[in-house]
Design a protein around this ligand. Sequence first.
Ligand code: FB9
Length: 556
Amino acid sequence: MKHVLRSLQNQTNSPKKHFHQNTLYQHQTPPSPPIHFLLHLPPSFHQVSCHTASDDLHQTLFSYLQIKRMAEEAVLGFLEKNDEIKDSGDFAAEKGISHEEIVNVIKSLNGFRYVDAQDIKKERWQLTAEGKTYAANGSPEFQLFMAVPAEGISRVELQKKLGDSVFKIGCQQAIKNKWMEMGKSQVSRKVAHVDDNVKEMLVKINDGEALNQEDIDALKRRKLISPLVWKGYSVKKGPNYAPKRRKPATDLTRVNLQSGEWKELQFKEFNFLAKGFPIEGGYLHPLLKVRRQMQMIFLQMGFEEMPTNNYVESSFWNFDALFQPQQHPARDSHDTFFLKEPSTTNMLPEDYVERVKQIHESGGHGSRGYGYDWKREEANKNLLRTHTTAVSSRMLYALAKKPFEAKRYYSIDRVFRNEAVDRTHLAEFHQIEGLICDRGLSLGDLQGVLHDFFSRLGMSKLRFKPAYNPYTEPSMEIFGYHEGLKKWVEVGNSGMFRPEMLLPMGLPEDVTVIAWGLSLERPTMILYGIDNIRDLFGHKVDLGLIKSNPICRIGI
Ligand code: FB9
């Protein structure tokens, strides 16, 4: 509190410039925030402050605390001599303190068990907007009666005099009260004098006086009054009652132990439900949670992870080894990030390179190849890998150098594509790839393992659409039915690696390799309901999402 006062003082008697020192206000003098905003004071403070805000806030604050203390002393003082405050509303009126202030004090004293407060509710009536106008200007039927001279008046003239709504309602009521004779064009009085009981009743309501149920129902039917539940309290002494509030001690100190005053002190109860300071800790990015789940699925299916810790790859392993021709559009800088430094590799297995050159230029093993002039320097170009299939080619080549054994491999890591950035595409994403290398595998085996894999992702219904990849034949795009989204989603691509890729590696003729790929970002966006990939990855990532995202429930 002291520092608030000090800053208020400074604010009041020195140019406003240093109130909020943060950047927001550098360029302009900050508007002085309403005092009760500054001090989180209840609106009632406003009544005190509005017309004094400009003059010294100090006075304003003081008087506010004055009222608070007065209200508290009034309540505690009254209970010193009386058993109960029957009705906080009457009590407030008696003490000339706003009922709102009394209620705030009662709630706070009740919280510290100085008093025991019981709710009391009273249904009262208040005038509706229409009711207010009639209380002010008289009921429409009375206005109408008063507007009709003894000798009568034409409807038209009368309507003009009173206005449509008063005329319309006035007529209804006046006829009902048998006050008027409503001719076709003429209107005349049926009685000499009438009283505006409706107005009287409305004024009574406004003054808080009670009316009998019949009158209440009549006014309710005419929507001139609406119910208002008045909430107040009846208050008795509480277990910790004292005529004056004692500031509960919040600490057992050496001083009050030595002075023995601790015996008198009232200690603030421990609030074991109080939330401690939130422990800031590390948070797993949703992508890493889904990555972990995908990893679990692969390991459960008996796959082993391929080493993917090399974003920089040679065109040879990324493209040539996969039998992707050197003039393929993906191999130009529009789609691929080529490295300026080191721009080329010098560590390729020469004998194998020769065989790849062969198969591209003139085929072999029953393939006629592409029949173009294959260039070594093109294969030497370094790039940022465009797919983790580059790692698969390295692993299969390594496998071919050993006596053949069937293998199940997977990889999950970053790949880079020079693509237009949009809601679902960035220049880099995480590719998930699985492959099975074994003798005599068929497309059916591929579809089978895809069903196994995606059913563990919660997608048991799959559809396959023929597709094309330079390194797989046949190839299939995979579509899965997503129960949550109630629609078919493209969930990846797959195929059987071409013999033109496998045989030059030295793998046995009857060894076939089925493989498939998908991204990590798409499932993560779907599972976490993230619409724009930029919220998930990169400098615009939403930290709140990182801190508050739930665990990832797939694959178990
Ligand atoms: O991930 C993709 N979709 C997907 C996957 C899972 C999923 O899970 C649900 C929550 C449960 C939801 C969606 N896709 C592949 C499909 C599309 O998003 C596609 O538009 C974008 N694709 C990326 C490439 O974009 C150019 C996703 C990425 C992709 C595509 C193909 C491969 C890898 C990643 C591949 C391959 C491959 C083929 C044959 C042999 C070896 C690898």
